[in-house]
Design a protein around this ligand. Sequence first.
Ligand SMILES: [Zn+2]
Ligand SMILES: [Zn+2]
Length: 66
Amino acid sequence: MLFECPVCGREFNRRNNLNIHIKRHEKNRKFSCPVCSHGFVMRAHVLKHLRLVHHIKRSGSLERYK
Ligand SMILES: [Zn+2]
Ligand SMILES: [Zn+2]
């Protein structure tokens, strides 16, 4: 059984290896939520998070967080 990285899709045969790998992604989080400061790897994830968690649909106010 393989464990797939949800960020880049790389596969690992041990869950522990995947966990170590994911921690590396977390260090590289470039985008953060302007509301709760949660970090994300991709800007699209921030927009999705804003929509689902904070119910913010417009992204215009995010421009300054690039
Ligand atoms: Zn990855
Ligand atoms: Zn947030």
